[in-house]
Design a protein around this ligand. Sequence first.
Ligand code: HEM
Length: 291
Amino acid sequence: MNFRSAHEGNVFKKVVAELPGIISKKCDGYDELYGYKLVPDEPNSERKFYDKEIAECLIYKFCKGYQFHYEIVVEHIVNVLNWRREFNPLSAAFKEVHNKELVEVGILASYPNHESNKKVVTWNIYGQLIKKKYLFKDGEKFLRYRIGLMERGLRLLDFKDDTNNYMTQVHDYKGVSVLSMDSDMKKVVREIVLVFQSYYPELLYAKYFINVPSFLRWIYDVIKTFVDENTKKKFVVLSDGRKMAHYLKDVPSTNYGGSDTNTLQQENITNVRPTEYGLYILEKQANEDID
Ligand code: HEM
């Protein structure tokens, strides 16, 4: 953790110290973030889930993301926890069964030899959805699928490791044509972009949009209007997908300019498990449902 001034260090300490009270008052006690417990366990609790170092790394991300402005940091943590309590992203990631056609286009891969924060890559092969517009009709289902993928991707990060605590994402738009984006799609895209911006701060390192022909740049310009400045700086648009190899050393398959003959599907990490605390929350919810 780096503090550029005493003020930053003080804000961080204040957030850590006051968070238990804030969460119990403003989040109905919901203290889970990306599967980790943000506040210490009760002294008499049977099971212990709190990992001080991880919790502080996560709180530090919020402080950094909101420029160590105490009120804004706290407001965002409260919003994120309340959103998680309602939306239940752990369920989207580890319990719900998503449409097979969506699952097929989201691939999680890990490249331990890559440079910092390019070690975990989510590939979204959205070009393959072009003839499947019906998948965008139910925006909620699409959103739950995409958030589930995001949460599972977060499990591959190591929040204690500065070289692997952000993720990289790739959108492959191969096959997308001029008349490809209808209003259902636009609505879904907008919603996901806003959810990522509001509830997943300081997690994206770089985002590549590949196989985007020049006549589709207008879509980029439209979507960019609802993306915040900081996120936009992380975007790279490439017309030729093979150029990906300039940005990710070990890219699979020659389609992305790599020498590896593996396909993306072969690299896909499917056996991602929830954290212990995530599992505990899911089990508790299941028991409450039975009651
Ligand atoms: C019709 C085909 C397309 C589909 C199905 C599609 C799908 C999506 C979806 C679901 C998202 C939400 C964010 C995510 O899942 O990571 C998204 C975001 C985005 N897309 Fe596309 N898209 C399409 C075409 C394009 C094209 C041609 C461009 C041009 C570069 C583009 C640029 C973007 C940008 C800039 C974002 C915002 C990313 C973010 O804020 O994280 N999209 N798209």
